[in-house]
Design a protein around this ligand. Structure first.
Ligand code: ZN
Length: 134
């Protein structure tokens, strides 16, 4: 069994559309220049709703914090254990969430350089995650 497909809300649709083109796009407030992830409908910093713009980011970043999952209860994830979930500080100043793939979970550490990778999820398409930066 594979992990379930993400549920694409109207709010997050631009995030997923960019991912299908192998681009990582996050919302940034043009008024206060703050990045936001996960998708929101109003900037929590300045309170404006019409100032949020989807912008592409490089996908380069470092591990801010992480957790190694050894026992997953959700269907489709148990077969993937152990796996790493992490918050990633992107070069642009945004913080993104995802798995750290294709490396030994014991090698993951805070400050580790990573880069976005796009994982093919059967029946869905591409899902942004992260891999060790070359
Ligand atoms: Zn703002």
């Amino acid at each position: 069994m594979t992990p379930p497909a993400p549920v694409v809300s109207d709010l997050a649709a631009p995030y997923w559309a960019a991912a299908q083109e192998r681009r990582l796009a996050l919302q940034r407030c043009d008024r206060c220049d703050r990045w936001h992830h996960f998708p929101i409908d109003r900037c929590p910093s300045c309170g404006l709703s019409d100032s949020l713009v989807w912008r592409e980011v490089s996908g380069a970043g470092t591990v801010y914090t992480f957790s190694v999952v050894h026992k997953a209860a959700a269907p489709g994830f148990a077969e993937a254990t152990p796996y790493v979930i992490a918050w990633i500080d992107l070069a642009e100043g945004a913080r993104a969430f995802g798995n750290v793939l294709a490396c030994d979970p014991n090698d993951v550490h805070i400050g580790m350089p990573v880069r976005v990778v796009f994982e093919e999820r059967e029946g869905f398409g591409l899902v942004p995650n992260f891999g060790v930066a070359a």
